[in-house]
Design a protein. Structure first.
Length: 167
């Protein structure tokens, strides 16, 4: 999909180094339990298959976190956003459909119930990965969306440069 001239681009992922460490430890434990006779029985499990199943489920969940990402594009014609794999296609917000567009601090747990795709209603929700900074959008029909960002200064500078800050 052609988005025209991209002025600002940000990709935020959920997969962190800590998650990779946990996966490594679980894989190591699985190998030990399979390779060392009787190791699994010391942990109240006589079936190494149970540990393999749990480790496999965790690995698949981790793969899901690996591919999940929040993508934000600010272009000459508007803003594109998607939270892959929940949103396959980008959602577009044209400048002519926005009444508010500015970067702000927010309280994820109090305002939206946490991070991710969260909100009080379909008219007021957020797409966030971590942190407490976001791009607040409000459309002409009253819908509100907060898009999390780890680059608030760069995003605000881009909006100021194209004179699209609306508060």
């Amino acid at each position: 999909m052609d988005h025209g001239v991209v002025l600002f681009s940000e990709k935020q992922g959920l997969f962190k180094l800590g998650m990779l460490s946990i996966i490594g430890v679980l894989i190591l434990l699985t190998v030990i339990f399979i390779a060392v006779p009787g190791a699994a029985s010391k942990f109240n499990s006589t079936e190494p298959g149970a540990l393999i199943s749990v480790t496999s489920a965790f690995a698949i969940s981790s793969l899901f976190f690996l591919i999940t990402k929040l993508e934000t594009l600010v272009c000459e014609e508007g803003i594109y956003v998607r939270f892959f794999p929940f949103q396959i296609k980008f959602r577009f917000f044209g400048w002519d459909r926005l009444t508010k567009c500015h970067v702000r601090k927010f309280r994820p747990i109090i305002e939206f119930g946490g991070w991710g795709i969260k909100g009080r209603s379909k008219k007021n929700y957020s797409l966030t990965v971590s942190g407490n900074q976001g791009l607040q959008l409000e459309t002409v029909d009253g819908n509100r969306l907060l898009i999390g960002t780890q680059q608030p200064e760069e995003l605000m500078a881009t909006l100021n440069a194209i004179d699209k800050v609306m508060q």
